[in-house]
Design a protein around this ligand. Structure first.
Ligand SMILES: [Zn+2]
Length: 710
C-alpha cells in the first residue's frame, strides 16, 4: 500500500500581475481562510513558506497571527521555505542565497521557536547547480520544487538525491503537474505523483489548494480528499506535510537515483528580459558586499547604525529577488518600483562606504596636499587598473602622481563620464594587499619625466581625436589584434558582431530552450573609426553603428600590453519583439564550456541551448581557452563555433501564452531605450580559474577611491 501525502498549500506571489499592496491583501485573506479550514477539519494540515507572508500577518492582524502560532505549535501549520520570499533561483549571488535562508530561519526561530529543514520553491524558473550546497549550509536536508516541469526536463523520478558539483546532496521532490490543483485536477495529479515514484518507494506527495494569488485549500477540496481517501487502488490519501513525507522515505534514500547539477529550464527568456532590474540587482548585491567588506576591514570606524542600514538594504534586495520580479515577468510599474528599490539599496551601501572610509582616513589628510586614497576592502589582493576622477577645478592637466614612497606613478588622463570640457579622470595601475590601501599624492605640475618618456612610446598611428586612417585599420598590442569591419570586428581569429533576431515568444520565452528566431541582420559599423584614447596606458577606438530604428556605439579598449580586450557597447534600442545578441564566432571547434554561476563554475553543454549567466563564461578549443567576463549580461548559449550572449529582449511586458501578441498592441514593450554593456574578452586565458574570478570581482567591486584634501 502506497501513501499519498496530500499537501494543502497556497502559492502566493507578492507581486506579479498585481502590485505588492494587493499581495498583502491576499496574504491576510489566505491566512484567515487556512486558519478557518484548520478549525473546521481536525485532520487537515496547512503548509506555508516565507518570512514575508508571516511577517505581514504579524504586523497587520496580530489576532490572526496568534491563531497561526497556535497551529504551528500543534504541528498543523507547517513552516517550510525558509526564505524571505520564494526567489528566482538562478540570478541571486551565493551570498544572497545564504541570506535568504538565514533571514527566514531567524524569523521562524524568533517568532515560533523552531526552524525548518525543508527548502521550498515551487514556482521558481529553474534552479542553480550549487543550491544543494546552499541548502545544506542553511541546515536543510530536503527540497520541494516544480519547475522545470515534466515536459521541460526528464528526470529519472520525481524523488531523487540532488547533488551539487561540489558533492553536497539533498533529497529533492518534484511536484507533479501543479502546486495548486483544483477539484477537477486532484485525481490526475495523484496518479502522476504515484507514477513517477522510484522503484521500491511507497510514499509520494500531491499538492492541492488555490494558488498564485493565494487562497489555499477549499472546503470542497478537503471534503473530496476525506471522501476518497481509501478509493484509489493500492494507495491511501492522508493529510500531511513535506517534513512527514521526507521522514517517511528516509530509510529509502539509498534507493533513490542521483541527479547532478542544475535543474533547468523553465522560461529561458526570464534570464534576460527586463534587464534594468537584473543590472540593478547585480549592482546592489556587489555594492552591499563591498560595504560589508569595508565594515569588516575598518570595524573601529563602523557604527551600529551602519550595520543596521546594510541589513535593511539587504532585506529590500532579498524581497526583489522574488521569482516574478527578478525574472522580469511582473507588470511594468511593479518592475519600475523594484528597480527603484534596488537603486536605493545600492545607494544605502554607498552611503555606508562613504561614511566609514572617510571617518577612518580623515586623520591622514594633510592641508595643502591633494591626496588620493585607493582602498581595497576585499580579502583578496588587488592588482589592476584604477580610474579616479579627482576634482581639479575644470581642466588643470599638468599633473604628477606619486605613491606613498614618493615614486612616480604613470597615469593617463581619460574622458570623464560627462560632456564637459576640462573634466578628466586619471587611469593608473596599482597593487594593493588585501584589506589595505595606498595613499597617493597628486601635484599640479608638468608631467614627470618618466611619464613623458612613456608617452613618447605611443603608437603614432593612433593619435587621440583622429580617425583611424591607416591600412589595415587596426588596434594592436603584443597579444591582441583588433580589426574593425562593417559588420564583424576581428579579434585575433575571432569575429564579433552585434546581431538582431526575431523573438516571437512571450515575456517568459515559454516552450523554447534557445532563441531560434529569424536573423534580421546585424548592426553595421561606420568606416569612420574614431580614436578616443591613445595614451601609454590605454588605447581606445569608437565605432558608430545602426540597425533599424536603433543605434549603437562600440568602444574597444586595450590596456598597455595586457592580453585582455575591454569592450563597451552603448545601445539605444527601439526594436519590438526582437532580440539583441553579441555573437563571438571562432574558426576553431569549441570543445568545452565552463560558466560562472552562483556559487562557482559549472560545465555546460555546447548545444546552443540558452542558460543563465552570473559573471561570464570560458570556452575552450583544442588550442586555447577564451574567457568572456560580463557581470551585467545574464544569459547566453554556446554551439560548436559560436558564443551568443543575449543582451536584450523586447517582448510585450507581462505577456503570457496563449494570449495573442496582438490583443493589446499598446502594452509596454520590454527593455526599450538606452543600455550599456561592459565586458572583457580574454583570449588565451589559460587554466587559472582564480584569475577569471578575480577579474570578474574587480569589475564589479573595484577599489574604493576618493580625494583626501584639506
Ligand atoms: Zn509564483
Amino acid at each position: 500500500m502506497k501513501t499519498v501525502h496530500m499537501i494543502g498549500n497556497a502559492h502566493l506571489d507578492p507581486v506579479w500581475l498585481w502590485h505588492r499592496s494587493e499581495g498583502v491583501d491576499a496574504v491576510l485573506a489566505t491566512a484567515r481562510s487556512a486558519c478557518d479550514r484548520l478549525d473546521e477539519y481536525p485532520d487537515f494540515i496547512f503548509t506555508c513558506s516565507t518570512r514575508w507572508f508571516h511577517e505581514k500577518v504579524e504586523l497587520l492582524d496580530p489576532g490572526l497571527f496568534e491563531r497561526i502560532c497556535h497551529f504551528v505549535h500543534t504541528g498543523r501549520w507547517q513552516l517550510v521555505g525558509p526564505m524571505l520570499v520564494q526567489p528566482d533561483c538562478n540570478l541571486p549571488s551565493a551570498e544572497a542565497f545564504a541570506r535568504q535562508f538565514e533571514t527566514g530561519q531567524r524569523y521562524y526561530r524568533e517568532k515560533f521557536g523552531l526552524t525548518t529543514t525543508v527548502g521550498y520553491n515551487v514556482d521558481s524558473f529553474g534552479h542553480t547547480a550549487y543550491l544543494p550546497r546552499f541548502l545544506r549550509e542553511a541546515g536543510l536536508d530536503s527540497y520541494v520544487f516544480m519547475r522545470p516541469g515534466f515536459e521541460e526536463k526528464k528526470l529519472p523520478a520525481n524523488l531523487f538525491r540532488w547533488r551539487s558539483p561540489d558533492g553536497c546532496e539533498v533529497t529533492a521532490f518534484r511536484i507533479a503537474e501543479t502546486y495548486c490543483a483544483d477539484i477537477s485536477q486532484i485525481f490526475e495529479n495523484i496518479e502522476k505523483s504515484l507514477a513517477e515514484l522510484p522503484e521500491g518507494v511507497n510514499h509520494t506527495m500531491c499538492f492541492f489548494g488555490v494558488g498564485d494569488h493565494g487562497g489555499g485549500p477549499t472546503k470542497l477540496q478537503i471534503e473530496w480528499i476525506l471522501e476518497h481517501g481509501e478509493d484509489i487502488e493500492g494507495a491511501k490519501l492522508v493529510f500531511s506535510h513535506p517534513r512527514a513525507f521526507f521522514d517517511n522515505i528516509n530509510s529509502d534514500i539509498h534507493k533513490l537515483p542521483v541527479v547532478s547539477g542544475e535543474l533547468q529550464y523553465h522560461g529561458v527568456g526570464c534570464y534576460s528580459v527586463q534587464r534594468r532590474i537584473k543590472v540593478a540587482m547585480a549592482r546592489a548585491q556587489s555594492r552591499l558586499l563591498q560595504a560589508q567588506a569595508v565594515i569588516e576591514a575598518l570595524s573601529d570606524y563602523a557604527s551600529e547604525n551602519a550595520r543596521e542600514r546594510i541589513e535593511k538594504a539587504w532585506d529590500s534586495v532579498l524581497f526583489n529577488q522574488f521569482h516574478d520580479i527578478l525574472g522580469g515577468t511582473s507588470l511594468d510599474k511593479a518592475s519600475l518600483t523594484a528597480t527603484g528599490e534596488l537603486l536605493a539599496a545600492e545607494s544605502r551601501a554607498d552611503e555606508v562606504i562613504t561614511s566609514v572610509t572617510r571617518r577612518a582616513f580623515r586623520g591622514k589628510a594633510c592641508p595643502g596636499e591633494h591626496r588620493i586614497v585607493v582602498f581595497n576592502p576585499s580579502d583578496k589582493p588587488f592588482d589592476g587598473f584604477v580610474e579616479h576622477g579627482p576634482w581639479l577645478q575644470w581642466g588643470k592637466t599638468e599633473l604628477s602622481l606619486f605613491d606613498d614612497q614618493g615614486t612616480v606613478i604613470q597615469f593617463q588622463q581619460v574622458e570623464a563620464p560627462a560632456m564637459v570640457t576640462g573634466l578628466r579622470h586619471l587611469l593608473f595601475k596599482l597593487s594593493i594587499p588585501p584589506r589595505s590601501w595606498r595613499i597617493l599624492k597628486l601635484i599640479e605640475s608638468p608631467l614627470a619625466e618618466s611619464c613623458e618618456q612613456e608617452a613618447k612610446g605611443m603608437d603614432p598611428q593612433v593619435a587621440q581625436g583622429d580617425m583611424l586612417e591607416t591600412q589595415p585599420k587596426q588596434l594592436l598590442n603584443r597579444y591582441l589584434k583588433i580589426t574593425p569591419g562593417s559588420e564583424a570586428i576581428c579579434l585575433n581569429n575571432w569575429k564579433l558582431s552585434v546581431e538582431v533576431l526575431d523573438d516571437p515568444t512571450d515575456t517568459w520565452g515559454h516552450s523554447i530552450d534557445r532563441f531560434e528566431g529569424v536573423r534580421k541582420g546585424a548592426f553595421t559599423w561606420s568606416d569612420k573609426i574614431e580614436v578616443v584614447e591613445s595614451g601609454p596606458i590605454r588605447k581606445a577606438i569608437r565605432l558608430k553603428g545602426e540597425f533599424g530604428n536603433s543605434r549603437a556605439w562600440l568602444r574597444l579598449m586595450i590596456l598597455g600590453d595586457e592580453p585582455i580586450l575591454r569592450l563597451r557597447l552603448s545601445v539605444v534600442w527601439a526594436q519590438v519583439r526582437q532580440l539583441l545578441r553579441l555573437r563571438f564566432e571562432t574558426p576553431d571547434l569549441v570543445c568545452k564550456r565552463i560558466d560562472l554561476v552562483s556559487g562557482g563554475f559549472l560545465d555546460r553543454p555546447i548545444d546552443g541551448a540558452e542558460f543563465s549567466l552570473n559573471g561570464g563564461l570560458i570556452v575552450s578549443s583544442k588550442s586555447a581557452r577564451t574567457a568572456i567576463i560580463a557581470p551585467e549580461i545574464f544569459s547566453g548559449s554556446v554551439d560548436s563555433h559560436n558564443v551568443n550572449l543575449t543582451l536584450l529582449r523586447s517582448p510585450y511586458i507581462a505577456h503570457h501564452d496563449p494570449a495573442p501578441a496582438g490583443m493589446c498592441p499598446d502594452q509596454p514593450v520590454a527593455d526599450q531605450g538606452t543600455h550599456e554593456f561592459d565586458l572583457l574578452v580574454y583570449p588565451d586565458c589559460g587554466d587559472e580559474m582564480d584569475q577569471i574570478e578575480q577579474l570578474a570581482r574587480e569589475m564589479t567591486m573595484p577599489p574604493v577611491t576618493w580625494d583626501l584634501t584639506g
